[in-house]
Design a binder for this molecule. Sequence first.
Ligand code: ADP
Length: 578
Amino acid sequence: RWDNNGGANWSVAVEVAAREGLVEAPSPAGAATRALTSSLLLRLEALVSRRLLPPEQGALLRMMAWQHDMGLINTFQSVRHLEDTEVAGALAGRCSWLRPPQLNVVHIASEMAPIAKVGGLADVVTSLAKAHQASGLLTEVILPKYDCINYADVHELRPMCEVEVPWGPGAGVRTAVWSGCVEGLPVYLIEPHCKERYFWRGKFYGDGDDGARFAFFCRAALEFLARRQHEAPDVVHCHDWQAAAVAPLLKETYRASVLCRTRLVLTIHNLAFQGLVSGSLLHPMGLAARAGQLLQPEVMHHAGPQGGANMHQATVNLLKGAIVYCDQLTTVSPTYSREVLGPAGGMGLQGVLARHQGKLTGVLNGLDYETWNPSTDPSLPAHYSAEAPAAKRACKAALCAELGLPFTGDLEAAPAASHPHASNGNGNGNGSHDHNGSSSGPSSSGVWGPNGRPLIAIVSRLTEQKGLQLMSAGMRAAVAEGAQVVVLGTAPDPKVQREWEALSREVTRGSDVRIVLRHDEALSHRIFAGSDMLLVPSIFEPCGLTQLIALRYGTIPVVRETGGLADTVADVAHGGAG
Ligand code: ADP
């Protein structure tokens, strides 16, 4: 049972027969030790694959590192910059007696913050893996090696080994596996050398062959794990449809391999994305021989009662296959785990989810409090905390200056007398207008009074799921009430992006609204810190992270009562904390 928030978040029990009884409370290790340990683990892997250490000795040293053997870690620190042969010699001299190991968990995912982030999936993969690591598990992550990874945040990047990944008839695909440290976690990056250049697209998703790209990634990840010199992982933890093909592959193709006892956890971060692919893909995946069984309606066939008599005409649902094959299934909040069992939330998979309900748990997402910490966040112009919140005001002032918005003071500002220049309602002498062109000076600043008009933020993908209509209606209503609004978002649908670009041109003529249409991690931090409220009007929301970040940054989340929003934001009027 792993937990980062007093029993509220991230608790999932995974049965692992061979290791039952061996999981005990870990000795805590600091962030620096954990990062050094990750680096050591990757180096050991490289030394074994270059035959500079025998596999048995490599396995022993790996376990010592995992147990945070400080003698070994200190030795590594003093020799890590030397040649591989010298490092191997120094580490080999440290082999010693061992305690029984804890679990080895490998996360397989398509995103990981901060190196490959599209949305909350990236945040959760990193923060969950860090929480696992901090609690003593040996935690590793496997990702595609996209060309658009933020390589500045990958430390000690080096080629680890090559594997021949079986993929269709003929020779396999030569695939390089790179290793590196990200946020102190050991990470393996999968780089296929094939003519399709699967991960050389300048973007993470959005091509017609996404299904094939990520099915290949899954096959390659398992091939790498099956060929490693040391013990198989206890748990493979797959995230969303992009990693879903791991499930049928692990349980069918790799069931006679060293991975035969590895257990599989699937976390569904968003059921709206299911990974629909042509049945022909079963061929390169190596599952064609089992097509008759896999294309049954209750297994991987997408829809319709007839099953997939003809593999090439059938549509395979990768996420559905993973739901069927996994050992444990989680969604990212308890409310969402109930919603997915109904027709609206289940999005066609409610039947298969109901059949596998025994494996299903809603585990509330957590937030990485190291990354999201207003008292240390390097993106902020000033630092504050719940205990010393004063500098939040400076963050708001700096944000307004950055965006060219008039700074109106903060919500708790003293009455007008303490701001002698605030008589025009915006505190800096500029008149302000809402986007309909009407004045929003003191007379129209509604309920807010002359000081401290609220700055309301939206930080979101601009998609139907996130409540586009409610966002624009909310913006207009808020501005009419005298509030200011800042939107940071991107729309994957070019039509929606154009609409918001038009809206942005329209509204920024007035002075109370800013719409920034790009992905900007650092600006998002400054917006969370500098705003008074965050609007999250999602139609459905598996968990949602922005409202958690808002809570952490002292910014009031205003949310629709759905999914994880309902689980994490309590209305003061209904008993929530003030
Ligand atoms: P989802 O994963 O459905 O997009 P979440 O609320 O779970 O929604 O997570 C969204 C994550 O992406 C948050 O960390 C949020 O700050 C970030 N984010 C969303 N849009 C942007 C943007 N335009 N620039 C920077 N970060 C963004």
